[in-house]
Write a protein that binds this ligand. Structure first.
Ligand code: NAD
Length: 356
């Protein structure tokens, strides 16, 4: 039988729990491949601490080349205590930055939601969570203060926030396109009362908004947004913001959902290619114990199928499988209530596969 779709996927296991969670995500991908008659060619790529040990750099040129040649990249996590010296010249996270830059991924898309069976895992009061929580944070990824001029001068240090109109326009468009398929409201987060770069951000988002008259734009200052997210998160649907504010707010949003072991993310550029990864790190405290939650990585596979390959039905099948396993009461330790039994990484992965 001819295959419906054939795609090349670069797979980076990375370090720590990366190895365990990727293994479960690949089993899910293979189940989808088999059930829906697709062909996914996997190339395993070295990046992170393991690459530093072997090659002296976090992302060797040939690894980047393998990722560039693929249709999408699936990534576990990188880093660990062995490479954590902040003064070290070579660090695992450099691999992440180089990969995102190499694939020209300027948009980070992070869904955060509370799965109904896990409502009790949210640190917020039930009365707040009952109103619903399902947001997508669209974070600008390759500009702003993380990439601006920085340095030391005598006894002081500086970092520079810098954005061009073109950089703001392209990230705003990503957010508007996502909002068009959701509740048609965007919160654009900035610090326009203080920062010139934020004033340009606000002006530019307003300009792009004219192309999407059906979408309501609400401008909000970042300090207020941080507060509103815990006061009444149900008011948000799509949030668009710069690199540093997005870094902080997406972590805050992730906490509302209960466990970072549940949350996937995508980093995308102009075309269909993207990098798909859980939002969490390599969790060295539980690495190798077989207890890590693989759901964030499995949901990253779902995001890859939808956003890079347009396989919406297949992505939905994964999401539904996750939901139904949770509804049946299965939990890994990170999402289990105090007196609840928990299952391991392997078992959770297998249960989700069985439901597809
Ligand atoms: P972390 O996300 O690895 O862990 C934070 C806490 O959450 C830990 O208690 C961990 O056990 C738990 N946790 C994380 N993922 C989990 C999962 N899937 N299931 C169950 N529990 C989970 O963050 P950290 O401890 O700050 O960082 C550890 C290492 O990971 C560092 O070296 C850091 O640089 C790196 N890191 C990598 C990435 C990435 O690869 N994208 C992101 C963040 C941190």
């Amino acid at each position: 039988m001819t295959k419906i779709m054939s795609k090349n996927i670069a797979v980076i296991k990375g370090d720590g729990i990366g190895v365990e969670i990727i293994s479960e995500a690949i089993n899910v991908l293979k189940k989808v491949e088999q059930k829906y008659n697709h062909n996914f060619n996997l190339t395993y790529v070295e990046m992170g601490g393991c690459a530093i040990d072997k090659y002296g750099v976090a992302l060797p040129d040939f690894s980047l080349e393998q990722c560039k040649n693929a249709d999408a990249v699936l990534l576990g996590s990188v880093g660990g205590p062995k490479w954590d010296d902040p003064t070290a010249k070579v660090r695992p996270e450099q691999g992440l930055l180089q990969l995102r830059a190499g694939l020209e991924c300027f948009a980070n898309i992070r869904p955060a939601k509370v799965y109904a069976p896990l409502a009790a895992a949210s640190p917020l009061k039930e009365s707040i969570i009952q109103k619903g929580f399902d947001v997508i944070v669209v974070r600008e990824l390759t500009g702003g203060i993380y990439f601006g001029k920085s340095g030391r001068e005598g006894d002081s240090a500086f970092d520079t926030e810098h954005y061009s109109i073109a950089e703001i326009e392209r990230i705003a468009k990503v957010a508007f396109e996502i909002a068009a398929n959701r509740k048609k409201v965007i919160h654009s987060i900035d610090k326009a009362n203080v920062l010139e770069s934020s004033r340009l951000w606000r002006e530019t988002v307003q300009k792009i908004a004219k192309q999407y008259p059906q979408i309501q734009v609400i401008n909000m200052l970042v300090d207020n947004a941080a507060m509103q997210l815990v006061r009444d998160p149900s008011q948000f649907d799509v949030i668009v913001t710069n690199n540093i504010f997005g870094d902080i707010l997406s972590d805050e949003a992730s906490q509302i959902s209960g466990s970072i072991g549940m949350l996937a993310s995508a980093s995308k550029g102009e075309g269909s290619k993207g990098i798909y990864e859980p939002i969490h790190g390599s969790a060295p405290d539980i690495a190798g114990k077989g207890i890590a939650n693989p759901i964030a990585t499995i949901l990253s596979v779902a995001m890859m199928l939808e956003l890079s390959f347009g396989l919406i039905q297949e992505a939905d099948a994964i999401d539904k499988a996750v939901n139904s396993v949770l509804e049946e009461g299965y939990r890994t330790a990170d999402i289990a209530a105090k007196n609840e039994n928990s299952i391991g990484t392997r078992e959770m992965g297998q249960l989700i596969c069985d439901k597809i």
